[in-house]
Design a protein around this ligand. Sequence first.
Ligand code: PEP
Length: 252
Amino acid sequence: MRTHLVAGNWKMHTHPNEGLDLVHEILGGLGEAKAEVWVFPPATHLSLLAEPLAQSPVKLGAQNAAAAAQGAYTGELSVSMLKACGAQGLLVGHSERRQLFGETGKVLNQKLERCLEQALTPFLCVGETLAERESGNHMEVVRNQIEEAIEGFELHALDALVIAYEPVWAIGTGQTASPFQAQEMHAFIRRVWAKKFGESSAEHLRILYGGSVKPENAAELFGQTDIDGGLIGGASLKAADFLRIVHAKPQV
Ligand code: PEP
């Protein structure tokens, strides 16, 4: 049985005090949430948010980290620094990092390694562009992204890994993948995993959908057999919307 998971990626939004307000609003409306809930604020907020979140079931993650463990990398933040500030998880390979900052599979593989060294939960983001989908290559692209990122790791090291399928054409565009498109890719990802690590491991792997999830479409997406929750961008910045997604009952 896979625990349903809803995570909010705040991207480069909110100042620390606004982040604190948002966290208090989320905690105030969480109630008996069945989902495991994570927030990924900007790194500047981690220390401030770690305290209220430590008394709560909501987990805290960072959006990015350096590929190196330490050294002369001006402006970079290491996984261990983020952990010391309260991060329990890390987004690895968000499409904005891949597209805007040129992060390659090799770099993401190193980031994943840093993450595993520090026992942070990695959220590996994968997804195709519109051109890749239109050319019929979308499954191949996603398979390659997964294989490059996890190359060289044994299954036991990847135990906690979460995969987020986020089609690039659906991120921040208001254009959500249909439940059919999302389910098709999630089932494919699970088959890729099963082929590499066996059926039982694939059954345990949590695969989130991300890309314009809103309170209005969450229940239907979450009702798909292989969708285990969502990674939410824009809608995670409004506590009321995020909470409606957290509480959305998968519609089967
Ligand atoms: C994201 O950035 O991970 C994301 C899914 O964004 P949005 O929900 O805004 O499409």
